[in-house]
Write a protein that binds this ligand. Structure first.
Ligand code: FAD
Length: 341
């Protein structure tokens, strides 16, 4: 029976796995390289408010996901977003998005990860560099300063695939070379700009998916529920979040932030066909943002001899709900094998 697990990463998949394992009576420690939980459920602070710079919204297709959120995060930390979303057809006509119920964290995406992390043992600002076995065949996890961070029966890696592969290689584990999974479901880059416009942006909608060589997505963050206006102590003006296309972001991964920002803001003006000017902006480069392939992924990986598992959105078709499902399918396998209760 597995009694202790180290989980690397505290995004939606790591938090789900930790919560479920804790419920099963397993002792869990999460290691997170950033200062807070959430991973790509991310928000950037501006003034007293925050702008969602990672996942823009999420779906709740399964009752299981809803029950999990309501039980462990609470109904108050997320809400339906009724934003009017439009996409551009190849001949540049604007069309309504497929009807779907979309949700966001309130007052920011990270409200969910913050709530889920309460009561979990998370070591922040701890980047795990490699794993090694101790004399009892338990896992030692090492941080970037070569400090040992404990002895565990099993390790679950929830980082994007390229980082998971590096961790395996640096730990001398051959699975990184033998298992094609690390290559088959890559995540692609995404340059992100959050920009504040003092005048309402002249676009008939709250979010858009564009046919444009640079810009892929734009959304009015201020249209989401619970984002306080300046008068209520929130951000001033309308903040829009712009995401560049994956191919453009990959090509310009190493370009200067100022140049990228200008290209993206100009692209936005072109897409909405209006000469809008941002009052201020923030920029963020995601090296690993969204899945590149629509191929059906295996859900998770468990290497029983090593007692190492992988889960994350990339193993379950991308998306926040996919990250949740991936952790769930890994735990199902552990239960079926009798490794946990
Ligand atoms: P992550 O959230 O990436 O978690 C991995 C964690 O591991 C991170 O916190 C990272 O800091 C940590 N980590 C990495 N390496 C180490 C290490 N060596 N040691 C310690 N910690 C480490 N999904 C949707 O459903 N809808 C959307 O609209 C949407 N839009 C998106 C837009 C953008 C720009 C981005 C970036 C993502 C978007 N997504 C969207 C995808 C969604 O955010 C992800 O599917 C989901 O958040 C992934 O969760 P995860 O736990 O699998 O991975």
């Amino acid at each position: 029976l597995i009694r202790s697990v180290a989980i690397i990463g505290s995004g939606m998949s790591g938090l789900t796995a930790a919560t479920r394992l804790k419920d099963a009576g397993v002792s869990v420690v999460l290691f997170e390289k950033s200062r807070g939980p959430g991973g790509r459920l991310a928000a950037k602070r501006v003034g007293d408010g925050a702008i969602d710079i990672g996942a823009q919204y999420f779906t709740i297709r399964s009752d299981d996901f809803r029950e999990f959120l309501d039980t462990y995060a609470g109904k108050d930390c997320y809400a339906q977003w009724d934003g009017k979303l439009r996409y551009q057809t190849p001949d540049k006509r604007w069309t309504a998005f497929r009807a779907s119920t979309r949700y966001v964290g309130v007052p920011r995406m990270t409200a969910i990860s913050r709530a889920l992390s309460a009561g979990l043992d998370i070591r922040f600002e701890t980047r795990i560099s490699h794993l090694a076995r101790d004399e009892n065949q338990k896992w030692l996890v090492f941080d970037a300063d070569e400090q040992v961070e404990g002895h565990f029966d099993a390790v679950i890696v929830t980082t994007p695939p390229a980082q998971a592969r590096d961790l395996m290689i640096d730990s001398g584990l051959d699975i990184s070379l033998q298992d094609p999974v690390f290559h088959d479901y890559p995540l692609q880059a995404c340059w992100t700009v959050a920009a504040r416009f003092s005048e309402p942006v002249p676009f008939d909608g709250d979010g858009l998916s564009a046919e444009h060589p640079i810009l892929q997505w734009a959304a009015n963050n201020s249209s989401k529920p619970g984002r306080a206006s300046k008068a209520d102590g929130g951000v001033e003006g309308d903040w829009w979040v712009l995401h560049a296309r994956a191919d453009w972001s990959e090509m310009h991964q190493h370009a200067s932030a100022d140049w990228v920002r200008e290209q993206m803001l100009n692209g936005f003006a072109e897409v909405i066909d209006a000469p809008v000017r941002a009052e201020e902006s923030r920029i963020h480069r995601w090296l690993y943002a969204k899945t590149a392939s629509d191929q059906k992924a295996p859900g998770h990986r468990w290497y029983p001899v090593l007692r190492v598992g992988l889960c994350g959105d990339w193993l379950q078709g991308g998306r926040v709900e996919g990250a949740f499902e991936s952790a769930g399918s890994l735990l199902d396998e552990l239960r079926q094998r009798g490794a946990i209760r």
